[in-house]
Design a protein around this ligand. Structure first.
Ligand code: HEC
Ligand code: HEC
Length: 415
């Protein structure tokens, strides 16, 4: 053992507690290289937005213009003439990601599938795994065909709900280099093997390379740009350069002969605009701290929450100053963990049915429905549902004295 034991057991504790008191951080131990041009407190003073839904403070004028144009596009309601459908979930990104813009209205979506010969079958030929629960209806004048909303087929044995996630601060997550997440996974495998996460390895369509996925409940998408194109097709039915093929309604590709707007619906300009909006959308600010919150931060580390809900990450270089080499606090490692019965049974990207991405806890105090299917109304209920690799932390939480438990919850409520 060459390293002092302080480094192996207490680095995260120190980070969780020290940033609250504004002390120097032992950066190199958690994520390296060390950031050179920002400190935690300096960063948030300089760039924090005053309320949710706003861009980073102090953006350059051209960045602010891109944010505003992106926000308009994000809120725009698309029409059938523009390519909406034939099947879709809503006509605008902002319909689900709202309250305020970029947030969540707790809209649920449905996925389904079944097990065939021991393996997950996403039932693509029946329209799986994602349901589009709206359709454009009758087409032709006079009507010659009617598109109808998809439904879960009778032979599906797996049905799962996924709640809309808020998008605040995701530009920072996008700017974390793959190596950073791979390093974090290695660190966990050595230091906390029982709860260690796996990086989600998925295809980045634009480069043709495998990247570390980090967006979505299964970390199934590697970049905000790719998620934008994916959502434009799968939520709204708008085809675009990286997602050129229309969804076959309930798996029936012959029905697309009646598609009123075949061909590429969008040239990618809107996808770029959604990406700009999300890239420049500021993260949630912390609430005021208190001695109870400081006490709770120690409990959060002691029972093992911080082993997955990583307090700090560091971005790599970015053309946007607010995102370049910044330390930020998402309270997630963006890795996949086997959550046992809390898994949603859907195999997606590189995630198994029981693996889920650690949900970031920044801004969790503003939310009213937690976990991937929104089943938990409180932080306490969300913790109680942790299973699999999260079970020990849950049990340790339940075994705390009541004051320590209240302190831990106060801490999570301050994020
Ligand atoms: C019908 C509601 C709905 C619409 C419309 C919608 N989303 Fe989402 N969004 C969701 C849900 C649900 C998830 C979680 C999906 C999952 O992981 O399976 C999500 C996740 C995301 C994420 C990943 C966030 C994270 O935490 O990793 C991004 C980025 C995103 N949406 C962007 C968009 C954009 C851009 C649009 C418009 C093109 C859009 N969404 C339209 C419901 C919606
Ligand atoms: C083994 C890794 C792991 C550990 C340890 C862990 N979590 Fe989680 N946590 C997750 C994952 C994965 C999710 C997403 C679960 C899902 O898909 O529903 C999650 C979700 C949550 C959520 C819901 C967030 C949301 O946006 O819906 C809260 C709150 C939470 N965890 C708090 C805690 C607390 C507090 C502790 C310590 C008592 C803890 N977690 C320990 C992995 C972990």
């Amino acid at each position: 053992m060459s390293k002092p034991s302080w480094f192996t057991c207490c680095a995260l504790t120190s980070i969780a507690i020290l940033w609250l008191t504004g002390c120097e951080m032992p950066w190199n131990d958690v994520t390296s290289p060390a950031p050179t041009d920002s400190t935690v407190d300096g960063y948030f003073e300089a760039f924090a937005a005053s309320s949710l839904g706003e861009p980073f403070a102090r953006l350059a004028p051209d960045e602010l213009a891109r944010f505003d144009a992106g926000a308009d596009e994000f809120a725009e309601v698309d029409t059938i003439a523009e390519g909406l459908g034939p099947v879709f979930n809503e006509a605008s990104c902002g319909t689900c990601h709202t309250g305020p813009v970029g947030g969540t209205n707790n809209r649920l979506e449905t996925r389904f599938g079944r097990i065939v010969a021991g393996a997950f079958d996403p039932m693509v030929t029946a329209g799986g795994s994602l349901i589009q629960d709206h359709a454009i209806g009758k087409v032709g004048d006079p009507p010659t065909y009617e598109f109808v909303a998809e439904a879960v087929p009778g032979d599906a044995t797996i049905r799962a709900s996924r709640i809309t996630t808020p998008l605040f601060g995701l530009g920072l997550v996008d700017a974390v280099p793959d190596e950073e997440l791979l390093r974090l996974a290695n660190l966990q495998a050595t230091r906390t093997p029982a709860t260690a996460g796996s990086p989600s390895l998925v295809l980045e369509i634009s480069s043709g390379h495998m990247r570390v996925g980090r967006f979505g409940w299964k970390a199934q998408v590697p970049t905000l740009h790719q998620f934008s194109g994916d959502a434009y097709l799968n939520e709204m039915g708008i085809t675009n350069p990286e997602f050129p093929d229309e969804n076959c309604p309930q798996g029936d590709c012959a029905a697309l002969a009646h598609n009123p707007v075949p061909g590429l619906n969008n040239d990618g300009a809107a996808v770029a605009a959604f990406t700009d909006f999300m890239t420049l959308l500021a993260p949630p600010a912390r609430s005021r701290t208190s001695s109870l919150v400081v006490e709770g931060s120690g409990m959060f580390v002691r029972v093992g929450c911080a082993d997955c809900h990583t307090p700090v990450l560091v971005t790599g270089p970015s053309p946007v100053d607010a995102l370049s080499h910044r330390v930020f606090r998402p309270f997630s490692d963006f890795l996949l963990h086997d959550m046992g019965s809390l898994g949603d049974s859907i195999v997606q990207g590189s995630a198994t049915g029981s693996q889920m991405r650690t949900a970031p806890l920044w801004g969790v105090r503003t939310r009213t429905a937690l976990l991937h299917d929104g089943r938990a109304a409180t932080i306490d209920a969300a913790i109680r549902a942790h299973d699999g690799q999260g079970r020990l932390a849950r049990d340790l939480f339940l075994g705390l004295g009541s004051r320590a438990r209240v302190a831990l919850l106060a801490f999570v409520n301050s994020l």
